[in-house]
Design a protein. Structure first.
Length: 352
């Protein structure tokens, strides 16, 4: 028995030596915790009402009663279905804190529109490397708005691009995230840069469990010669007797219409053919005949110079006629000279 007792005592001593000497709760006192500017009381019956799809600022004031080293604070809410994607939490950086000094830390808690309407607990955990964590808990209620619709999906056909002159079809799905049933929801799809739009109505979207409903196909005809490229598509939904509106944006690419591409090309101009005829030089003349460009100096430089084949033929005929006339005149002159000379000789003979 004594050996057994000795063994137990030695085991307890070894375990005590292995544990850190300061393995106790962190020496911290929480002075106040404010969420959205409202003071919260730990585990109070009254709950703070929070609206989802918003971000809230939390302010924490605390005072260590002893020196704290390598500590951090985590503020979070558990139980959210999609906490792995959009967690409701925020964490401070590692810090050291002196005794009897009040510190203030700020946190941001984001509530997405997918948070279920229910009661939650906001937990504040102080922790470091060795001590036990120090926990505070506050009750809150996450609520939803009375009227709230959200555009959750838009489908285009064709999906990515449409040729100018063709039709673009679109289907819009809307989710009711409010407390009330929404009737006669007006949905409009438009492309402001092209001046086209289409409208459809959803008779009713129920409210229990984030109900969704889609429109029929909304028809938009793209103009025949619409500007090619990417265009912004606006989607709007009016609800609550058309007093409220929610909006979303999309993009669609317009491909150029081949017909308009041909019209846009400039017409090709066929230049006039300039034909210049030169006449052959005269047989007894060494000067070449001037061409049509030098013969008409008064003609504008920009106008094409034209000559006709018939003009050249006329010139040749005139030249030939002049040559014949000249030869006849020369012959006449020779005959006249011969006659005069012959008469002169006859007069000399008579005088003898």
């Amino acid at each position: 028995m004594n050996k057994i007792l000795m063994t137990l005592m030695l085991s307890l001593m070894v375990l005590s030596a292995a544990l850190p000497a300061n393995a106790a709760s962190l020496p911290i006192t929480v002075e106040s915790f404010k969420l959205d500017g409202i003071d919260l009381t730990e585990n109070a019956v009254n709950r703070l009402d929070l609206q989802r799809d918003r971000a809230y600022t939390a302010e924490l004031r605390f005072t260590p009663t002893d020196f704290v080293k390598n500590a951090e604070v985590r503020v979070f809410a558990s139980g959210f279905e999609y906490s792995d994607v959009s967690p409701i939490e925020d964490t401070s950086k590692i810090f050291d804190a002196d005794a009897n000094v009040t510190y203030v830390k700020h946190f941001t808690l984001k509530l997405t529109d997918q948070v279920q309407e229910d009661d939650y607990k906001i937990r504040i955990i102080f922790s470091d490397r060795y001590n036990n964590e120090f926990v505070k808990t506050y009750n809150v209620k996450i609520d939803v708005q009375r009227h709230l619709l959200k555009i959750v999906d838009v489908v285009f056909y064709p999906a990515d691009a449409v040729q100018a002159g063709n039709a673009l079809l679109s289907t819009v799905r809307i989710e009711n995230q409010g407390e009330k049933v929404e009737d006669d929801v007006r949905v409009e799809v438009s492309i402001p840069s092209l001046g086209v739009s289409g409208v459809d109505y959803i008779d009713q979207i129920k409210n229990n469990g984030n109900q969704e409903k889609g429109t029929e196909e909304i028809f938009l005809r793209i103009p025949d010669c619409a500007k090619p490229g990417k265009h912004e598509v606006m989607i709007k939904a009016w609800y609550n007797q058309l007093h409220d509106v929610t909006a979303a944006k999309g993009m669609i690419e317009v491909i150029e219409n081949p017909i308009c591409a041909q019209k846009a090309q400039p017409a090709r101009t066929v230049p006039e053919t300039v034909v210049i005829y030169k006449s052959e030089p005269a047989k007894n003349d060494t000067k070449p005949v001037a061409d049509a460009t030098t013969a008409a100096p008064a003609q504008k430089a920009a106008e094409p110079v034209k000559a006709d084949v018939s003009t050249g033929s006329t010139f040749e005929k005139i030249r030939d006629a002049l040559e014949v006339t000249l030869l006849v005149l020369i012959a006449l002159l020779v005959v006249i000279a011969a006659v005069l000379a012959f008469r002169g000789l006859n007069k000399e003979d008579d005088s003898y």
